[in-house]
Design a protein around this ligand. Structure first.
Ligand code: ATP
Ligand code: MG
Length: 429
């Protein structure tokens, strides 16, 4: 028997599923978890490759090797053709994503008990904001990656449409729904007519009224939280000192702080050139005590650990007014606290970009906000009260349905894989 997989390769988390005895199921990827962090660790001591939480654990425990996360963000950029040092080798980012996708494929094949050659892969509405050429190129890269990971038949589906297919499984009557998927890298929206009678229908062109998306996601919010409330502890926003009479006093360059706070760019700091540059910044810094921390974290390659701690603090801020961040690995006894009030103020622009894209999506669909009957929300960043409330505000008459925050898209892609490939390898429709 052959079948197809649905793969949600997310910026932060990934999932894979297949139809088992007629029912769409997500595969248990790690312990009993159906989603794993989109993280990979090349352990150069043991010459092993680790994935998901295991990759994070190995990296944080200080094993020698190279850690990477948020690789999806590289897809739409020129970085896709670059490589990173892993031990004595250089590995292309493309090859690293192939390793990750091949891992998901293998896990699913083990669970299914047979090889699978077909896949429906999720994709954001825009890999690159409103740039058609770059977007086509990004999808072509992902297609090549899927092929080189061993798939022969590859179909792409918009992530919010996948979420709509998942939601449709439970509807009792026809509804006009706004699907909101705010993840780690992008915010994606669709206006879709869902109905119990449409389940299993292949051609949904008439039901999909609009798709829209914008490159704003949880990783951008991590960046904001880090720059505004954490990086100042590393000397960000401080100035140079006067070494000689008449020296101009300047702000310390922001570049290295931004890279350290941007998930997919951290890896570019782990080389001698970057280290020499930050040592130079340290030399010129007025607050050498703070800049020394910047040198230390890059020297020890703990940038991802710091980004992980910032992300954890952000997640706590969805529930609490403040969150403690312990940075003992930077300096003994260094502990700070971040504030929700300040965070909410700092992400106002990101919130506005999300809201205006929702309005654009409704306009594209040719409907008034008041006609949306259901607001279906999925994606980790919809847990942020400020963001969730702004989405609710945009469609005030809609009933709110909270989807499985991390599994909806993967489940919808699996449903779609079942529809499009049936039991064979040839795509239907
Ligand atoms: N409770 C929470 N509060 C705030 N943010 C959260 C919470 N839980 C998860 N997140 C954030 O949600 C993001 C991950 O969500 P999700 O897994 O839906 O994204 P993804 O599918 O990997 O990304 P994308 O679809 O954009 O490629 C991360 O930025 C994470 O920090
Ligand atoms: Mg997602």
């Amino acid at each position: 028997m052959s079948s197809a997989l649905g793969i949600d390769f997310g910026t932060s988390n990934s999932a894979v599923g297949f139809i088992k005895n007629g029912i769409p199921c997500l595969v248990e990827l790690e312990d009993k978890r159906q989603t794993i962090p989109s993280a990979i660790f090349y352990d150069t001591e043991e010459n092993a490759v680790l994935f998901g939480n295991e990759a994070i654990e190995f990296y944080v425990s200080g094993c020698e090797g190279r850690f990477l996360r948020s690789l999806k963000s590289i897809l739409g950029s020129s970085l896709i053709n670059e490589s990173t040092e892993v031990g004595y080798k250089n590995i292309l980012f493309k090859e690293i994503i192939i390793d990750f996708i091949a891992h998901l494929k293998k896990k699913a094949e083990n669970a299914a008990g047979h090889a699978v050659e077909s896949v429906v892969m999720g994709r954001p509405v825009w890999f690159v904001d409103a740039d058609e050429q770059a977007d086509i190129l990004a999808q072509a890269h992902l297609e090549e990656i899927a092929r080189r990971a061993g798939f022969q038949n590859i179909i792409f589906q918009y992530e919010p449409i996948a979420a709509a297919l998942d939601y449709e499984q439970s509807v009792k009557q026809e509804e006009l729904a706004l699907i909101v998927d705010i993840g780690g890298g992008t915010s994606d929206f669709s206006v879709v007519r869902v109905s119990p009678d449409s389940r299993g229908k292949l051609d949904r062109k008439q039901d999909i009224l609009a798709n829209a998306g914008v490159h704003v996601g949880g990783t951008d919010l991590d960046l904001k939280l880090s720059l505004e409330q954490i990086m100042p502890l590393f000397g960000y926003k401080t100035r140079t000192r006067s070494l000689f009479p008449g020296d101009a006093i300047l702000d310390l360059p922001a570049t290295y702080y931004r890279e350290l706070a941007t998930w997919h760019k951290i890896v570019f700091l782990y080389n001698n050139r970057a280290l020499q540059s930050v040592k130079n910044i340290h030399y010129h810094a007025e607050r050498q005590d703070l800049a020394e921390r910047l040198v230390r974290i890059i020297q020890k390659q703990e940038g991802h650990r710091l980004a992980g701690d910032v992300e954890t603090a952000k997640i706590i801020l969805s529930e609490q007014d403040t969150a403690a961040v312990a940075l003992h690995y930077v300096e003994t006894g260094l502990v700070t606290s971040v504030s929700r009030r300040i965070f909410e103020g700092d992400i106002e622009k990101e919130k506005e970009r999300i809201v205006s894209k929702i309005h654009e999506c409704l306009k594209q669909a040719g409907i008034a906000a008041a006609s949306v009957q259901t607001l279906f929300m999925t994606g980790g960043s919809t847990a942020i009260p400020l963001i969730a409330n702004a989405c609710k505000h945009a469609v005030p008459a809609a009933r709110l349905v909270a989807g499985n925050r991390f599994g909806s898209v993967g489940m919808g892609l699996t449903i779609d894989a079942g529809l499009k490939f049936g039991n064979g390898n040839k795509a239907i429709g």
